[in-house]
Design a protein around this ligand. Structure first.
Ligand code: UFG
Length: 336
């Protein structure tokens, strides 16, 4: 089976390509390196000792997609490519809507024209907005998002549902990720944003390596265990393995469905910071500041549906997550 992975050199994409190759899938990757580095391609090959085909380009480029489908017999697509920074999406809504929607529409058109109708889509727990309860189930209402990035995820889910309604020979898995952190055990691939990070874990890591002075904790007056925000952090390798299960599921002609990919456990910001300090034996200075606009107090998944339907559940715990996140950044700084 040959899988096309869009955005396959990004954080989640690269770990998924590793797992696909480990499972002996043929892999074709398209990425424009807009949020990743070219050396990831070789690092994936080093980790797996396997080859895969790589095309540099943007998924909005229809001609390139046509060439890819002509040159490779694709059985299914995992669609990661997209912009993902919440704050930036508020500043640059047109860029986010244009890129995330256009790439998906172009991809689906070319898939349709080539009679490839199996897709796994990279969605997000952001589609639940302010969830109606906890833990979050797939049946909860979606759509009330607070930023353009989240809106593109909701819109793409809708587009894919409409494609399925018009043609039920499509098979579509909508994977709603919670908060991916951690990195591959090799320390070769992981998440290391160039700019000042928006997300908690990359920020903690940069404070631990003294690249940034201190962490700002956004609010300690939420209705949570210690007042700081609670999230469902999941190891990126677990998440990647969830994609393998989702590919197996779409290839069995299951139609369309949505799945939460999380651990089911919520950790507060302070709990994560303390675990990071303890297991890495390093200091992480922080100060409490006001809430960040658009944040919710708590967000964690009900993971029973993915377990039941995909036969998937997370394996790594918080110790693995904080150690692997730090290991990757220490390792990549060492080799710069
Ligand atoms: N936080 C801080 N300080 C920081 C960064 C974050 O205290 O410098 C806190 C936040 O307030 C929140 C928690 O850490 O309580 C996690 O924040 P992240 O920015 O890491 O993650 P979010 O849960 O806000 O957002 C993530 C992804 C989105 C996705 C969403 C879905 O970044 O893409 O999960 O639930 F849409």
């Amino acid at each position: 089976m040959r899988i096309l992975v869009t955005g396959g050199t990004g954080f989640i994409g690269s770990h998924t390509v590793v797992e696909l190759l480990n499972e002996n899938y043929e892999v074709v990757v398209i990425d424009d390196f807009s949020n990743s580095k070219p050396d990831v391609v070789d690092k994936i090959k080093t980790i797996t000792n396997k080859e895969f085909k790589f095309y540099e380009g943007n998924v909005c480029d229809k001609e390139l997609l046509q060439i890819i489908f002509k040159e490779n017999k694709i059985d299914a697509v995992i669609h990661f490519a997209g912009f993902k920074a919440v704050g930036e999406s508020v500043q640059k809504p047109l860029m986010y809507y244009r890129n995330n929607l256009d790439s998906t529409l172009t991809l689906c058109e070319v898939m349709n024209a080539n009679n490839v109708k199996n897709i796994v889509f990279s969605s997000s727990a952001t589609v639940y907005g302010n969830p109606k309860g906890l833990p979050i189930k797939e049946t909860f209402p979606t759509g009330e998002t607070t930023n353009p990035y989240g809106a593109t995820k909701v819109m793409i889910e809708r587009i894919l549902k409409d494609i399925y309604i018009s043609d039920n020979t499509w098979n579509i898995a909508l994977l709603r990720y919670f908060n991916p952190i951690g990195a591959h055990k090799s320390g070769l691939i992981g998440e290391n944003p160039n700019d000042i990070p928006n997300n908690l874990m990359p920020y903690i890591v940069k404070v631990a390596t003294k690249e940034l002075k201190e962490l700002n904790i956004f609010g300690n007056d939420y209705d949570t265990v210690d007042g700081t925000g609670v999230r469902d952090y999941i190891h990126v390798v677990d998440l990647a393995k969830g994609h393998i299960k989702a590919i197996e599921w779409v290839l069995k002609n299951n139609g369309i469905d949505a799945f939460n990919l999380g651990t089911g456990n919520g950790y507060s910001v302070l709990e994560l910071v303390n675990a990071f300090k303890k297991y890495n034996n390093v200091d992480v200075p922080y100060k409490i500041v006001g809430r960040r606009e658009g944040d919710i107090g708590s967000c964690y998944a009900d993971v029973s549906y993915a377990k039941e339907k995909l036969g998937w559940e997370s394996k790594y715990d918080i110790e693995d997550m904080v150690k692997d996140s730090y290991n990757f950044v220490k390792n990549s700084t060492l080799h710069m």
